[in-house]
Design a binder for this molecule. Structure first.
Ligand SMILES: [Ca+2]
Ligand SMILES: [Ca+2]
Length: 582
């Protein structure tokens, strides 16, 4: 690594915030309301628009016949000098829009006028260590609270009427490299979060806390050998110590759960993806390195791992397996099944039985996967191309350089896909790119990057990097694709109006025909769109909202790819759209 993570942040203006507030009687959505979010199009109560996070709306007032008339209602600025990546998904409840901003900020806007009601700025220390920009992906709402995670590894609950702090809990040690950017997940009376820091030798973990008090209920480490807790007592180690790790390496094994999780009320499991093992240099850690680069099915009540499926055993390319695991129901060979799908950073789209984690199918959704020739459906393991693993370094020099595709930024990175219950298709925001990657010697040091690798990202196609792809989960075939010059880095929304929405770094929010992929509408927002769009019904009309503000990992780590798009202006605007009144 030529660049230190801590230098990315630079200096930050810090605003003060109230530290205490009177206890307010619960008013607002309950755990049951949030579990039912996908069935109530008049609000958006959760990240992903429902516990399954399908990002599908049953609304159809806005549809393929009238989307060309879609116009802005207002744009609300996040203001100040803090711009960078705006990767958030807004929430809508009771005439308000709650949206997080870069640098751990949370805003409340009037959903009809865009008037700002309040703003909360986390008091961040200078030494925070987010690997990949100062982003935040969204908040959770429950009762009188709106809750979000901050870059210094805290979870903060604010009074949704006033923005005053109700509770504020430390979830990790930022000085050891822990941070947090994911939207919290509400399950009943619990708020469940993952952690970030996989580039610093942290240990990945899922934490469930009491939504009223913030007190820890259970914790589940994602690296085997580490002990979980339940109600303050030991609750069994994850896996079996030293089964897939040697020595003490499990104490710095990575596996960060940095994208948060989904929830299936039917199985009462939360599904969390886990990031890369530490360090990146795979020659320093023999074995499969469970449960890194995996999907975990975790009992929502006890924090016990019910099943795991590892997409990249013994990862050597930074193929974090954190991508969202989206439950859906479908018939496979005439048999109705409870399934879940994940478009992995490693370039394969996996369909699993969500009751037991058994692999159903795995198909490529990108142009190229140099590291594996497909996935063995019997063993569930990749058919590795051994020559494509970066070589072992000597004591003082780097190992053999290999060209690997996808790049470590992934066939798909953090940006969430959508699933249409009408078309039965997943809409995957993907990228086609590769990298030169090599290994270097490294030793663990608290609070320092723990990679032992270097890289240069490279394009692999003349005409595009980004590709929005419609994947049929039953056949593994790409039904249509839309190619974009710059890397796609925003989330996707689909609707019963046969529409698919996503944003581009070039600044557009775009709408496509969900069946054909035809581009129907676009609007220039003034900065790159890397947020996730939503839709809801209000006063009898259908609204669409998205954050605009270029940033994220691409401009920081994209090498020659990022240079191509360095002219994109920064920003920080919430855009809201609807059809004109008849
Ligand atoms: Ca709803
Ligand atoms: Ca990583």
């Amino acid at each position: 690594m030529k660049r230190r993570f801590s230098t990315i942040i630079g200096s930050m203006a810090l605003a003060s915030a109230a530290l205490s507030a009177p206890v307010v009687a619960a008013d607002g959505p309950s755990g049951a309301d949030i579990a039912n979010d996908a069935q109530t199009p008049g609000d958006v109560l959760s990240y992903g628009m429902g516990p399954w996070q399908q990002r599908f709306s049953s609304l159809d007032k806005l549809n393929t016949t009238n989307v060309t008339k879609l116009v802005p209602v207002f744009a609300a600025s996040l203001g100040g000098e803090k711009q960078r990546g705006q990767e958030s998904q807004p929430l809508v409840y009771d005439g308000m829009i709650y949206v997080t901003g870069s640098y751990s900020r949370l805003f409340a806007f009037d959903a009809r006028t865009g008037e700002k009601k309040w703003e909360y700025n986390a008091r961040l220390p200078d030494a925070i260590m987010p690997c990949c920009d100062v982003v935040n992906r969204g908040a959770a709402i429950h009762g009188n609270k709106v809750i979000f995670a901050t870059l210094d590894a805290h979870l903060v609950a604010l009074d949704r009427h006033t923005g005053k702090v109700i509770w504020n809990k430390k979830t990790g040690d930022y000085q050891a490299g822990y941070s947090a950017t994911a939207a919290p997940l509400i399950v009943g009376n619990k708020v469940i979060v993952g952690n970030s820091g996989g580039e610093f030798g942290i240990v990945g973990e899922v934490q469930a806390r009491d939504v009223e008090t913030g007190e820890l209920i259970w914790s589940r480490p994602t690296v085997e050998g580490n002990m979980g807790t339940l109600n303050g007592k030991d609750n069994g180690i994850s896996g079996k110590t030293n089964a897939t790790w040697t020595g003490d390496l499990y104490k710095t094994g990575g596996g960060a759960t940095w994208l948060g999780g989904t929830y299936d009320p039917g199985t009462n499991m939360v599904y969390f993806g886990t990031g890369n093992p530490g360090p990146w240099n795979s020659h320093l850690r023999p074995g499969d390195n469970l449960y890194t680069a995996s999907t975990l099915g975790i009992d929502a009540d006890t924090g016990v791992i019910k099943w795991h499926y590892q997409t990249t055993p013994h990862d050597g390319w930074d193929f974090d397996g954190v991508n969202e695991f989206v439950p859906f129901d479908a018939s496979i060979n005439g048999k109705p099944m409870k399934l879940g799908a994940k478009a992995d950073r490693n370039g394969y789209f996996y369909v699993l039985d969500r009751t037991n984690g058994k692999l159903v199918s795995a198909n490529k959704f990108v142009m190229q996967t140099t590291w594996a020739n497909g996935i063995n459906l019997k063993t569930g393991r990749p058919n590795y191309v051994d020559d494509n693993r970066p070589g072992a370094p000597g004591t003082a020099d780097k190992g053999k350089v290999v060209f690997a595709s996808p790049s470590f930024l992934g066939g798909k990175n953090w940006m969430p896909m959508a699933y249409s219950q009408d078309t039965g298709l997943f809409y995957i925001p993907s990228n086609d790119w590769g990298m030169d990657i090599w290994n270097e010697p490294i030793a663990y040091k608290k609070g320092a990057a723990f990679l032992g690798a270097g890289f240069t990202i490279k394009p692999i196609a003349e005409d595009h990097i980004g590709a929005l792809r419609a994947m049929d989960p039953k056949t593994g075939k790409i039904v249509w694709e839309y190619k974009n010059k710059a890397p796609l880095w925003g989330g996707v929304l689909t609707t019963h109006g046969n529409l698919v929405f996503t944003g581009t770094p070039e600044g557009f929010l775009k709408a496509f025909d969900a069946k054909s992929g035809q581009e129907l509408w676009k609007f220039q927002t003034g900065s790159g769109v890397v947020g996730s769009p939503i839709t809801w019904e209000q006063d009898g009309e259908q609204y669409v909202a998205v954050m605009s503000g270029w940033g994220g990992a691409v401009p920081l780590w994209g090498g020659e790819v990022a240079k191509t798009f360095k002219e994109i202006s920064q920003g920080g605007m919430l855009w809201v759209f609807k059809l004109p009144k008849q």
